[in-house]
Design a protein around this ligand. Structure first.
Ligand code: PLP
Length: 361
């Protein structure tokens, strides 16, 4: 291909669309006649405020975010939100957390520094091979919120349903599935995501929060973690992550140009079906996640031998199929096939898997 690009199956940061990277390059020295790049631009300048507004407007359009929700661009990635959530949503002083993998467990432990945490469900006993079902959840009607991680990046699972939580606001980490398929925002109190998988460079989180949940947090709350302040200041209390906001705008423009989230979901399903379909037919590879809650974004598999797994990963890299090594807690392989992984990348992966099986099976 034109730029000698590889297929990068990394769990994040991950691939961006070539037209977006080309625009970054073209606009690097002179953004839209301003004579400077977005990196060099004041966040209070008219051109940058327009970029930030447009990024928000586009996100609202493509995700169909209702009017009574605020969109915040926060720094510190998704991990900083693990603390921001209990600090800002604390009322009665207790929250329900569902443990479905690594990040939801970290989120629950971080929250426990600020609020009483009840583990409302967990799939830890079966090594997080699935997301807990509704009937497996023990929810407290007095909880300030219920927290889930929608797509479990390391274990390759995804909630196949949206938990019903009654009047208690549902909060979801959608870092590794944002914009991958339609989501009914109105079912949630808060949605949040680090942007480095489906949107933009790392270091920023998008927080989508229902208006009525925004209230003045405790006096000791750090300024940078205060949702109300960030909402009042249009996410510009301090110098924001300008570059990430700019790339978010470009990726959303691109997404809209190809047909929005519906079209993206169709493409993602086609990629995931190809890969899981092959895994299900093969007697050589073992798929990691339980079939009823498989992730469309992170596909976990292995052979029956760690040595073969290592050989597989090395051979893939020689073919330009990169970063297929599984997370260290699971071993084996993980193919992250986020929004911007082209279908051809998954085709090449499956071709290679077939050849590797023939040779080693
Ligand atoms: N939540 C999920 C589901 C993730 O996949 C990740 C990162 O991979 C995080 C949270 C942490 O995100 P960040 O690195 O932006 O803090």
């Amino acid at each position: 291909n034109q730029y000698d690009r590889v297929y990068n199956f990394s769990a994040g940061p991950s691939m961006l669309p070539v037209p977006v990277l080309e625009r970054c390059r073209d606009e690097m020295l002179n953004y839209n006649g301003t004579g400077m790049s977005v990196m060099e631009m004041s966040h209070r300048s008219k051109p940058f405020i327009a970029i930030s507004k447009r990024a928000e407007t586009l996100l609202r359009e493509v995700m169909e975010i209702p009017e009574n929700y605020k969109v915040l661009f926060m720094q510190g990635g998704a991990s900083l939100q693990f603390a921001a959530l209990p600090i800002n949503l604390r009322c009665n002083g207790a929250a329900d957390y569902v443990r479905s993998g690594n990040f939801s467990t970290i989120a629950s432990k971080e929250a426990a520094k600020f609020i009483k945490v009840n583990i409302a469900g967990s799939s830890e006993a079966t090594a997080f091979d699935h997301t807990p079902l509704q009937e497996e959840l023990t929810l407290d009607p007095q909880a300030d919120y219920v927290h889930i991680c929608m797509n479990n990046t390391i274990y390759g699972t995804k909630f196949p349903y949206i938990p019903k939580t009654g009047k208690v606001p549902l909060v979801a980490d959608i870092s590794s599935c944002i914009l991958s398929e339609p989501i009914d925002v109105s079912r949630f109190g808060v949605l949040y995501a680090g942007v480095q998988k489906n949107l933009a460079p790392a270091g920023m989180a998008i927080v989508i929060i229902r208006d009525d949940l925004l209230h003045e947090p405790a006096a000791e709350t750090p300024l940078m973690l205060n949702y109300k302040l960030m909402a009042d200041k249009d996410s510009m209390y301090n110098t924001p992550n300008c570059w990430s906001i700019y790339v978010t705008m470009l990726v959303l423009e691109y997404l809209q140009s190809i047909g929005g989230v519906d079209e993206m979901a169709r493409r993602n399903k086609k990629k995931a079906d190809l890969l899981y379909g092959f895994l299900d037919e093969s007697a050589f590879y073992i798929a990691g996640a339980r079939p009823d809650c498989r992730s469309m974004m992170n596909v976990i598999f292995r052979t029956d031998s760690p040595d073969l797994d290592a050989k597989f990963v090395a051979g893939a890299a020689e073919r330009g199929l990169l970063t297929l090594k599984g997370h260290r807690v699971l071993g084996g392989m993980r193919a992250s096939i986020y929004n911007n992984m082209p279908y051809e990348g998954v085709e090449l992966l499956v071709d290679y898997m077939r050849a590797f099986e023939k040779e080693n099976g």
